[in-house]
Design a protein around this ligand. Structure first.
Ligand code: BV8
Ligand code: ZN
Length: 249
């Protein structure tokens, strides 16, 4: 796999790196993506499940889907791509990791400054009053847990389609896109907004734009460097070449 020498030279002189990750970085941890042929959505209709209407019309079905995904995520481990980003965080003076993923594998790998744009699948809260719900979810009784404060339905703390992203997370992500010198788009089809705006904001603000994705995406024509390789293979290689170039090995 070829990593452009020019990119390594640029990274050697780079102060601020921002990274946006999507489901693709967790693919090699055994968590299927959304749009790949074996992707989650191939089996289910996302609009039915990852949406407010879907939940309101069939909360049990949505909960079954999330419990199914939680089980897979619970057994998943970070892969070399996640760990390479932990290394990058140590190398660059400024580093921001923005993720669309809800699996928290970045945090499990040791990344510290993680901006979660789409919430997380681990936590739950009341659909009505938003009170966090800390009790273990058990659907075996066939009923969906209710909020002890207002009696509302409990839901996973992810951001559904049609829902606003957490304002502070989105603002912080947009600021990183504007201020970073190099912006990596890793393992995302760059189709879900407003997250998908971030690489364009970075590019328009003068950042060098790098895409790590074995497949072409709508973003590919705009990037400065396209690494058509999996993240688990290419990210550790980039870190290794960078450490060599900086005499850190
Ligand atoms: C909002 C949490 C407004 C839940 C998720 C028309 C035009 C523009 C926008 C819209 C539109 N119609 C509707 C919208 C808005 C909508 C949207 O963008 N829809 C898209 C489909 C067009 N967006 C929203 O609804 C957002 N909210 O807009 O609110 C608003 C304003 C005011 C007031 C109220 C509301 C909310 C979006 C968040 C939805 N939640 N997830 C859950 O997980 O259950 S989105 C979901 O998709 C995940 O977070 C996922 O991460 C994300 C994006 O997908 P990707 O991560 O990119 O994954 P994907 O499978 O697509 O791609 C994987 C890629 O990895 C592929 O390219 C593949 O090649 C690559 N890959 C595979 N293997 C590897 C790899 N790469 C590297 N290594 C590998 N090994
Ligand atoms: Zn409540």
């Amino acid at each position: 796999m070829e990593i452009p020498q020019k990119l390594i030279e640029i990274l050697c002189k780079t102060n601020y790196v921002a990274v946006l990750t999507g489901a693709g970085i967790s693919a090699e941890s055994g968590i299927s993506t959304f749009r790949d042929p074996d992707g989650l959505w191939a089996k289910f209709n996302p609009m039915e499940l990852a949406s407010i209407d879907g939940f309101m019309s069939n909360p049990q079905r949505v909960w079954d889907w999330y419990q199914y995904r939680r089980k897979i995520i619970h057994e998943a481990k970070p892969n070399p791509g996640h760990y390479a980003l932990v290394e990058m965080e140590k190398i660059f003076p400024q580093f921001t990791l923005i993720t669309q993923n809800v699996d928290r594998l970045h945090q499990q790998a040791g990344s510290t400054n993680v901006i979660e744009l789409h919430g997380n699948i681990i936590e739950n809260h009341c659909f009505n009053c938003k009170t966090p719900y800390k009790v273990e979810i058990d659907l075996s009784s066939g009923t969906i847990p209710r909020c002890p404060v207002c009696g509302g339905l409990i839901r996973p703390s992810v951001v559904w389609f049609g829902e606003m992203l957490p304002v502070d997370a989105l603002e912080a992500a947009e600021q990183s896109a504007r201020e970073s010198d190099v912006f990596f788009s890793i393992g995302t089809s760059a189709e879900v907004y407003p997250a998908a705006n971030l690489p364009y904001i970075a590019k328009q603000s003068g950042a060098v734009l790098v895409e790590v994705n074995p497949n072409p995406t709508v973003l590919s024509p705009y990037v400065d460097y396209k690494i058509a390789e999996t993240s688990a293979k290419s990210l550790p290689r980039i870190v290794e070449l960078l450490k060599q170039a900086k005499g850190m090995l």
